[in-house]
Write a protein of this length. Structure first.
Length: 370
């Protein structure tokens, strides 16, 4: 039986002066109040450097159940525990292997989630019944202040309704979760824009279960070989159990069906243009998510793109800029009346791998090679 809870959601601005750290925010009334809500079993949405999270006390099964209800999230999709200090790991895992310790030293606080065998204090609801647990220390003063003030590990998925793009602004959280959570902390737009890299550290060689804000290249500089789980490539034909349950769900889907076009300019730009014209000729209202370079190409070729809905992701040569913009672009296109969406593929290097992974998901694996 599903229990629907109507909550009186409070939207609170958290002023973060330039250069402010978590210690400057810790004793502010807004952080103290939000921390109290968490300790009492409530739900608080808060900014991190990646995307907004929907938090509850991760050691309280009932509070965690509230997250699944608010998001409409399948119960077998486990949550990440967020911590403000490495020492808190001892509450969550029986032991910290040297490799995980090294990764935490280098990349925390930051967009890296480490998966380890779980300790008995972590309830099954939090891990979706798995015997492993995912942990990360976010790099955001509001998140760190909230976690420190709450004094408990905070389970937090992205603060969107399941199946919607992850929220990178408080307004996105309001659109999805108004009336379903107690407090939404507004700390401005997030900087990274895609979720953390999820790294399985339970075996001898770490495996990327979800590409994200920390690149494979950066991880390899610290720990040598890192593998990429085959499911990350979006290859559906792979047999066997999915190691990260989140990967089997259709995520980040815009309302209109999307197709991803991969390749290199100028062939890529020609194919994108051709496809937009074909769809238009079939009576579709076309939206495109493209790079600045694509826009320049149209201008130079005198191609009129004014009758298409355009969402501009940034430069193809700057994966961080693309990452910061993709979810907002997907949401922006959802606000229009487009009936078909064309996504421009970008180089899958560095954080670009995470960007391409999210674009593939948005396209539900409908991919064209130019
Ligand atoms: O950047 C982020 O990671 C954001 C912010 C809020 O921290 N959180 C986030 O959470 O993206 P969520 O729940 O939307 O995605 C968590 C991912 C899912 O794909 C889930 O399946 C995977 O992490 N995951 C969690 N626990 C796991 C575990 N024990 N083993 C394998 N995968 C796990
Ligand atoms: Mg999510």
């Amino acid at each position: 039986m599903e229990i629907k809870v109507q909550k009186d959601t409070q939207l609170r601005q958290v002023a973060v002066p330039p250069g402010a750290g978590p210690e400057d925010l810790l004793n502010t009334p807004v952080i103290q109040e939000a921390a109290k809500v968490l300790r009492q079993g409530g739900l608080v949405a808060f900014p991190t450097e990646t995307v907004y999270g929907l938090g509850a006390n991760g050691l309280d099964s009932q509070a965690v159940a509230g997250i699944f209800a608010a998001k409409g999230r399948p119960a077998d999709n486990p949550l990440i525990l967020h911590i403000a200090a490495v020492e808190t790991l001892t509450q969550i895992v029986p032991e910290v292997p040297p490799l995980a310790r090294r990764l935490a030293q280098v990349f925390w606080p930051g967009p890296l989630t480490i998966v380890l065998p779980k300790g008995p204090a972590v309830p099954d609801v939090t891990t979706g019944g798995l015997d492993t647990v995912a942990v990360r220390m976010p790099d955001h003063p509001v998140a760190l202040a909230l976690l420190a003030a709450a004094g408990v590990p905070v389970a937090a998925p992205s603060a969107n309704i399941s199946g919607r793009p992850s929220p990178t602004e408080a307004a996105h959280v309001v659109a999805d979760l108004q009336g379903k959570v107690d407090i939404i902390l507004d700390g401005g737009p997030t900087s990274v824009g895609v979720e953390s890299t999820v790294l399985d550290c339970t075996g001898p060689v770490p495996v990327i279960l979800r590409p994200g804000g920390v690149s494979k290249e950066a991880l390899e500089e610290v720990v040598g070989t890192v593998e990429l789980d085959p499911h990350v490539q979006g290859r559906k034909e792979i047999d066997g159990p999915v190691r990260s349950p989140g990967m089997k769900y259709r995520h980040y889907a815009p309302k209109a069906p999307a197709v991803l076009v991969r390749g290199e300019p100028p062939e890529l730009f020609r194919r994108l243009t051709e496809l937009a014209r074909e769809l238009e000729a079939q009576g579709e209202i076309v939206g495109l998510m493209v790079s600045r370079e694509m826009l320049e190409y149209w201008r130079k070729q005198n191609i009129d793109y004014s009758h298409w809905q355009i969402a501009s992701m940034g430069s193809r040569t700057d994966p961080s800029e693309l990452a910061a913009n993709i979810y907002r672009c997907l949401r922006d296109l959802d606000e229009t009346n487009v009936t078909r969406i064309i996504l421009e593929g970008v180089p899958a290097e560095g954080v670009g791998l995470a960007v391409m992974n999210r674009l593939q998901k948005a396209a539900a694996n409908r991919i064209i090679d130019a």
